[in-house]
Design a protein around this ligand. Structure first.
Ligand SMILES: Nc1ncnc2c1ncn2[C@@H]1O[C@H](COP(=O)(O)OP(=O)(O)OP(=O)(O)O)[C@@H](O)[C@H]1O
Length: 703
């Protein structure tokens, strides 16, 4: 592919800061991989390039594209990864600065929840977890971490309170104080066990970079060429990690499209692009030509997004005149809508459009569930994009727990997973082993098994300990055979049939193949990274389902479809309440982000974009009555097939049973304004900086 002159400006950029404002389909991947290739061709060492991407999939695609330009060997030396993976590398290399030790392990989301539950029970002595909405606290805490803050540094206390109030609905001062201490203890707990969760992969490097000039210098020296892709969806902590070390050389290219910022709910901040302008005073380049979509689609999407305010200026255009403007069909209910979509897909296929050039996009997974049976009935091959990954499977997590113990024999959450299958050990046995290890053997869980009373259980734990010891001296290729042959997986799934167990074995087999591939790759590269660490690190990079090989229609949420493209895109649920998405009370939390989602969805289409309104959506527990999406008019979408027997237009989003949601919303807004007025002051800087485990003396507030 030949780059155009705007793309060449990016590809030829050598030094200094550059902001690339790139419209949808404007070829930013081609431009930044082109730049990386040019730098390498000019003699820059490939290992001095750092390219951060939003997803694992984008990272692997970029590696492949760079490989095509400079050869796979060169491309493999460049660091092309997600922010979480970069954070992992930083912690592994500078553990002390990141408040960890060598051999730390990574908790997944369920481990993180489990560890938090244990802390509440054992350290904070909360008796009844059922009454507490601790998951909400944890997800609010995620938001704090995405801002780069923790319940450790006292300067973050006010932000902590704000976030707990807005995201977990905690208003009372005594509860906020208590939670601050609980999360402080949680941080200490993780540090003592030498584990990190996903948040730590961002917050710890950020904190370390802020505190240690040596670390900033080392990273600036290692990565004198930095590129950040999809900057519109980075969170503050991610931006800070890069800013803190790239500031000294200022050699950084940031690429993004503020109109495609769709992860605000997950802490992404489109303002990072504006921060970058302020912090680095970059040269600004624009990629405005859309190579993906036809002129009518680009024009319709641009006309719609122009209704958002505070945008960075861009003028997207396409030179491809073929095709029509987006069309919308109105349907009486979700069932009719599903029929209408499947019929259109079949017609397209009959006209020669392959299945895998067609995708159905939606805001709510429920719509996918409605479509699936019909696609099956009509023999339309399909795949739900972003379904469960191999590493999300229980048996693979079990294998990963074993790998984690090999690296870190203090990893109590990993031990908990494996302890589940040890007969006679029980919760009590695990607890006494863990607390004995903490007190007497520096956390090593296998150092003193005598505390286990049950002889059989003790023997099994000792056996596990010796397997861990053996594996430590062997290759990770032994991991799955050891799990399957020496430990056995059936005790972990006692209620499952043979067929189900076979499926689990099958997936373990695939996981074993994947490990072998990685080991082989590492051998070829002669990398000196501990192969066990490499396996854990690689799970952070495991690519999502590869779509290219399968001739199947894709079903996907709009969020997941980011960065992808198809000849025909069918947007299901172009109705007010789904597009924009409203909550149960009919409120839209972020109008501008909702419009951006509609923008991302429609710009995935190369030739045909069709939208489907359904006037009635069955949610299973409720039925929504909806008007057509306001974005249809904003796009100037052409009406196509219409309701045979149209329902009367509804004044505002309204639920069956006649509840006037508009009124409800007004009442709630008034109520929350009253509550805000009487809310207590946020915690001040005087809050305790560090938490000690003296919880017996602390009063646990009622909830
Ligand atoms: N110079 C070019 N000549 C021909 N085709 C191009 C050129 N640049 C990009 N394309 C094509 O345009 C399409 C969009 O490119 P790409 O996926 O890199 O865009 P993007 O900027 O990442 O889009 P988005 O942000 O919407 O995901 C691809 O099919 C790509 O092959």
């Amino acid at each position: 592919m030949r780059l155009d002159k705007d793309q060449e400006v990016v590809a030829q950029h050598n030094h200094g800061a550059m902001l690339v404002l790139a419209g949808a389909g404007s070829g930013k991947t081609a431009s930044i991989t082109g730049r990386a290739a040019n730098l390498i061709k000019r003699g820059i060492r490939p290992d001095s390039l750092l390219l951060t991407t939003f997803s694992k999939k984008a990272a692997s695609e970029m590696k492949t594209r760079l490989g095509a330009l400079v050869g796979d060997e060169m491309a493999a030396q460049a660091t092309i990864c997600t922010f979480h993976s970069l954070g992992d590398k930083i912690i592994k290399e500078w553990p002390t600065e990141c408040e960890r030790e060598m051999g730390m392990s990574i908790l997944d989301e369920s481990d993180q929840r489990g560890l938090f539950r244990r802390l509440l029970k054992e350290v904070v002595k909360v008796d009844n977890l059922k009454d507490l909405d601790y998951r909400k606290w944890l997800s609010a805490y995620d938001r704090l971490a995405q801002d780069g803050a923790r319940a450790v540094e006292s300067q973050h206390a006010n932000r902590f309170c704000e976030i707990m109030q807005t995201h977990a609905g905690i208003e009372r001062q005594d509860q906020l104080n208590w939670l601050w201490r609980v999360f402080g203890a949680f941080e200490k707990f993780k540090r003592e066990q030498n584990v990190v969760d996903f948040n730590d992969l961002l917050t710890l490097p950020r904190m370390a970079l802020e505190r240690h000039e040596m670390l900033r210098d080392a990273l600036a020296f290692r990565y004198p060429y930095v590129t950040v892709d999809e900057a519109q969806d980075t969170c503050i902590a991610q931006y800070d990690v890069i800013r803190l070390f790239a500031k000294s050389h200022g050699n950084i290219v940031v690429v993004g499209d503020d109109d495609q910022s769709i992860y605000g709910w997950r802490g992404a901040s489109v303002d990072n692009m504006k921060r970058f302008i302020r912090d680095f005073n970059p040269q600004v380049a624009r990629l405005e030509r859309n190579y993906r979509s036809t002129r009518p689609i680009v024009a319709a999407a641009a006309q719609m997004i122009a209704n958002n305010t505070g945008r960075l200026l861009k003028n997207p255009y396409s030179e491809c005149d073929e095709g029509a403007a987006p069309v919308f069909h109105s349907n009486k209910n979700d069932h009719d809508m599903a029929h209408s979509i499947v019929a259109d897909i079949k017609v397209a296929r009959a006209q020669g459009v392959p299945w895998n050039e067609q995708a159905i996009l939606y805001r709510k997974n429920r719509i996918g569930e409605i479509l699936e049976p019909l696609l099956l009935e009509h023999n339309v091959p399909y795949e739900v994009y972003g379904g469960k990954k191999l590493t999300d499977r229980k048996e693979v997590k079990l294998a990963m727990a074993l790998a984690r113990l090999v690296i870190n024999p203090r990893d109590q959450m990993a031990f908990h997973k494996l302890a589940d299958g040890i007969k006679g050990l029980g919760e009590r046995g695990v607890e006494s082993l863990c607390s004995d290890a903490e007190q007497f053997s520096g956390g090593d869980l296998f150092a003193n098994t005598e505390v286990i009373r049950n002889a059989k259980a003790r023997e099994s734990v000792e056996h596990l300990g010796s397997l861990v010891g053996i594996l430590r001296r062997r290759s990770p290729e032994e991991l799955i055979p050891t799990l399957v042959n020496e430990i056995g997986i059936s005790t972990y799934f006692p209620k499952e049939t043979e067929k189900q167990l076979e499926q689990r074995m099958d997936r373990l087999g695939r996981f074993a193949d994947w490990i072998s591939l990685l080991v082989e790759k590492q051998r070829k590269m002669q990398s000196d990274l501990d192969p066990w660490h490499m396996i854990l690190q690689a799970t952070l990079e495991e690519p999502e389902t590869d779509l290219s090989d399968n001739d199947k229609v894709i079903l996907s949420t709009v969020h997941r479809a980011k960065g992808l493209e198809w000849e025909r895109v069918y947007i299901a649920g172009a109705s007010d309440g789904l597009m924009p998405m409203a909550n149960k009370s009919g409120e839209v939390s972020d109008e501008q982000e909702e419009r951006r989602l509609a923008y991302v969805g429609s710009t995935r289409a190369a030739k045909v974009c069709t939208l489907y309104h359904c006037a009635m959506l069955n949610l299973g527990y409720d039925t929504l009555l909806m008007n057509p999406s306001p974005y249809l008019a904003e796009m100037g979408a052409t009406p196509g097939r219409s309701l045979q027997d149209p329902l009367p237009l509804i004044p505002k989003l309204k639920r069956e049973g006649g509840v006037d949601v508009g009124n409800l919303v007004a009442q709630q807004i008034a109520q929350s304004a009253e509550q805000r007025e009487s809310a207590p002051e946020p915690i001040t800087q005087e809050q305790p900086e560090r938490t000690r485990y003296s919880w017996e003396s602390q009063e646990i507030p009622g909830w």
